[in-house]
Design a protein around this ligand. Structure first.
Ligand code: KG4
Ligand code: ZN
Length: 326
């Protein structure tokens, strides 16, 4: 049994988690603690310098909470993993340096982890999840569709041309006066609205590829709002078309590439309408467990566990933080 500590400070959440890699290869989450920063609310977006400072102030307390939750001490850890990118460089550096220092001090192997690999492995506690599969990462920063033909290989088959899906949820919620964070606000308001009230068109309908686009929908939502659409109807109609676009394109890619399993992860994967729509397809759809959709440290620990299991714990202490990580 190996315990892996995972740290994510890529944006505005200070996340520390602990995963357990069992001798038979399956993994479980032992702890998952996240401190979500609220200092940005009055700015309407994340302030990078404030995010870095908050991570510095919080990371040790979050780490202690995670150890307590797992009922272990640092001396029980077998490896450390931390996000090295993509993200805000100053924010990333806090968790990365904290993790490296810990690994060096305790003489443990260290795994510099790609944030999106973390999102994908958030679903890894599902014992039956084995490549090949498709992975759709839908968050505030990403709408990326990967083909995963084998462990550790991620082939990008499609991405958004403009805004990420979560960003569109956040912006539509803001213009409709539904509050922040936008995803849960839209989801809640949509329960009381008519999804057919605003006739949004599915973006890139008829395309041969697997791209996504959300900026046109955002503009269409603004125009509908100005024309007097009710916030609940706007929320329901926007959510319906966003879900349709994500599900249709992913299903078509799965069919074309011969994949039967799809992992759907990232903050937007918490959306109930999206989950229900995917469950109605012929695909086997795997979602991360509770608390593992939005940014967290446990998903980084799970990615570290997968790297150990596959014998590719190779990055070591030399990797720096990178804002852009292809
Ligand atoms: O993965 P995440 O925590 O951070 C990034 O890496 O971006 O995702 C945050 C995004 C936000 O845009 C938020 O509005 C969206 O996920 N989100 C949702 C829901 N919960 C969070 N979007 C739709 N429905 C939800 N229930
Ligand atoms: Zn993320």
């Amino acid at each position: 049994m190996t315990l892996i500590l995972g740290i994510d400070t890529s944006c505005d959440d200070t996340g520390v988690g602990i995963a357990e890699l069992h001798p038979d290869g399956h993994v479980t989450v032992r702890a998952n603690r996240v401190w979500s920063q609220t200092v940005h609310a009055s700015y309407g977006g994340v302030m990078p310098e404030l995010a870095s400072r908050e991570h510095v102030e919080r990371i040790d307390a979050v780490m202690q909470d995670a150890l307590k939750e797992a009922d272990v001490t640092v001396h029980d850890l077998g490896a450390v993993a931390a996000t090295s990118g993509p993200g805000l460089v100053g924010a990333l550096l806090v968790g990365l340096m904290y993790g490296k220092g810990l690994a060096q001090g305790l003489d443990l192997p260290f795994h510099a982890t790609h944030h999106l690999e973390g999102h994908i492995f958030a679903a890894a506690s599902d014992a039956d999840l084995q490549p090949p599969y498709l992975a759709l990462v839908v968050s505030g920063g990403h709408t990326h569709l990967f083909d995963v033909p084998k462990e550790g290989q991620y082939d990008l088959v499609g991405a958004t041309r403009d805004d990420a899906a979560g960003e569109a949820f956040d912006k539509v919620a803001r213009l409709a006066g539904l509050g922040y964070p936008g995803g849960p606000a839209i989801s809640e308001a949509a329960r009381h609205g008519d999804p057919k009230a605003v006739p949004f068109k599915v973006p890139l309908a008829g395309q041969k590829g697997y791209e996504f686009s959300f900026s046109g929908l955002k503009t269409a939502a603004l125009l509908a709002h100005r024309a007097g659409a009710k916030p609940e109807d706007l929320a329901a109609s926007f959510q319906a078309v966003a879900v349709k676009s994500l599900v249709q394109t992913t299903t078509r890619a799965a069919r074309d590439l011969g994949r039967r399993t799809v992992v759907v992860s990232g903050g937007v994967a918490a959306n109930t309408a999206l989950r229900e729509a995917f469950q109605q397809t012929e695909l086997r759809v795997v979602f991360p467990g509770k608390g593992l959709n939005t940014d967290n440290g446990a998903m980084i620990a799970l990615a570290g566990a997968a790297a150990i299991r596959a014998g590719r714990l190779a990055h070591g202490l030399d990797d720096g933080a990178t804002a852009y990580a292809p």
